[in-house]
Design a binder for this molecule. Structure first.
Ligand code: FES
Length: 200
């Protein structure tokens, strides 16, 4: 028998019932309240990398910003998903990411937040390191056909040719997850290389 209790919290002034152990993001999504995300996927462990899902919470007299995909619901918690402070930070995140991936869902969301251009130099790697492809392939597909390489500013994703050659053409499930178009580009690049060149 499940021991999971319900808790009541408030999101944007509305009382929401949620299961104890849910994240604020999951509770909001269950109540049809939209919070933008880049690195969250319902089937994957939360990652907390992009910070786009930040929200403002009030507990007692204390108000602060938290990452809603990893912060768990609590009885009586008050949450606001689109305050001026929250939107300002989301705008800054989008402005930082836009030079990396100036097309696709990222561009669409940036425009929704009024970010048409970025003050930061263009660096179109088309990857924002959200890790969705890497984690989905490892956690859901159990294949590890794509992985991170390098550290810091050199961090990037690569297909592991020994594995990807056998599985990727039949799967392609990571293509629709990518918010920045990197996977499609990388697949095309790998397909155009000789087998020797595509090895990492
Ligand atoms: S969706 Fe929460 S940090 Fe990326």
């Amino acid at each position: 028998m499940s021991t999971m209790k319900d808790v009541t919290l408030e999101i944007n002034g509305k009382n929401i019932r949620a299961k104890d152990g849910m994240s604020i993001l999951q509770a909001a999504q269950a109540a049809d309240i939209e919070i933008p995300t880049f690195c969250y996927h319902e089937k994957l462990e939360p990652y907390g990398a992009c910070r786009l899902c930040i929200v403002e919470i009030t507990e007692g007299k204390r108000t602060r910003l938290v990452t809603s995909c990893v912060y768990l619901v609590k009885e009586g918690l008050m949450v606001k998903t689109n305050t001026e402070r929250v939107n300002k930070i989301r705008k800054m995140i989008l402005e930082l990411l836009l030079p990396l991936a100036p097309t696709g869902p990222l561009k669409t969301l940036a425009h929704q937040y009024g970010v048409k251009e970025s003050r930061f130099p263009a660096e179109p790697t088309f990857c924002i390191l959200c890790g969705l492809c890497v984690r989905y392939c490892a956690e859901i597909k159990k294949e590890n056909a794509i992985c991170f390489m390098g550290r810091g500013i050199d961090r990037h994703i690569v297909f592991v040719s020994e594995i990807s050659a056998g599985v990727c053409s039949f799967c392609r499930e990571c293509h629709d997850l990518c918010p920045s178009g990197k996977i499609t580009k990388l697949s095309e690049e790998v397909a155009s290389l000789s087998p020797l060149e595509s090895e990492i």
